[in-house]
Ligand binder design. Structure first.
Ligand code: NI
Ligand code: MN
Length: 230
């Protein structure tokens, strides 16, 4: 599995067969390194309806004629834009061409901002993602607070890579994310959802250093960086 970071909570995931993008926040993302017109993906996964996660989903899905995987409400919303969707919901998993994907809980909101900023489309329940490709397990927490079921995920799944928000204000901050990492016990933990805007500025290197003190492997990825999990 190849994992490429695009800043914020946006990751490109490549298995042997297919290319997937999670939370494709490109055009509004100050740390974006992907050219929307050049990007070819087979699937888009959207954790929740907020604009920094749904991002360029509609344009990208139309251009690539690819499938968007998300919760039922977001899928319904997107299908109104002539986008192929695969609706799922929390607790449900499905075997796709690329591997097995399961939506798990996240504690957050999921409203989709409409053109009139005061109007939201009900975006259902926000999700985290457990993605298994070639026997390797990736956990993308989405936007979430710390919650004790993360301890259960750590017991139930051998997580190879955990992607955790550390930005604070809208999601877990560094200290809660550190607790999450100790519960999840991933082989590698990568911080996300920080330094995109002033409100979520964090010292990610320091956070990783603190993980090391607890014998947890962490890594700061800069936008454009990739890692191979084999
Ligand atoms: Ni959000
Ligand atoms: Mn967010």
């Amino acid at each position: 599995m190849k994992i490429t970071y695009n800043g914020h909570s946006c990751f490109l995931i490549e298995g042997d067969k297919k290319k997937i993008i999670i939370d494709p926040f490109l055009s509004g993302n100050p740390n974006n390194v992907i050219k929307l017109e050049d990007l070819k993906v087979d699937y888009i996964v959207v954790t929740h309806g907020h604009s920094d996660h749904i991002g360029d989903t509609i344009e990208l899905a139309q251009k690539n004629n690819c499938t968007v995987i998300s919760n039922y409400e977001i899928s319904k919303f997107l299908s109104g834009f002539k986008v192929n969707v695969h609706p799922m919901h929390i607790g449900g998993g499905h075997t796709f061409e690329f591997g097995y994907l399961k939506l798990v809980p996240a504690i957050h909101g999921s409203g989709i901002e409409m053109a009139d900023e005061n109007v939201f489309f009900e975006g259902g329940h926000p999700a985290g993602i457990l993605l298994t490709i070639g026997g390797k397990v990736l956990y993308h927490a989405g936007d979430t607070s710390l919650f004790s079921d993360m301890k259960l995920f750590g017991e139930l799944y051998d997580i190879n890579v955990a992607l955790l928000p550390i930005g604070d204000n809208f999601t877990m901050g560094p200290s809660d994310a550190e607790i999450a990492a100790t519960w999840l016990k991933a082989e590698l933990t990568i911080p996300m959802h920080y330094n995109t805007f002033p409100m979520i500025e964090q010292d990610a290197e320091l956070w990783v250093k603190n993980l090391k003190k607890k014998n947890l492997e962490g890594k700061v990825m800069n936008p454009g960086d990739f890692i191979l999990i084999e």
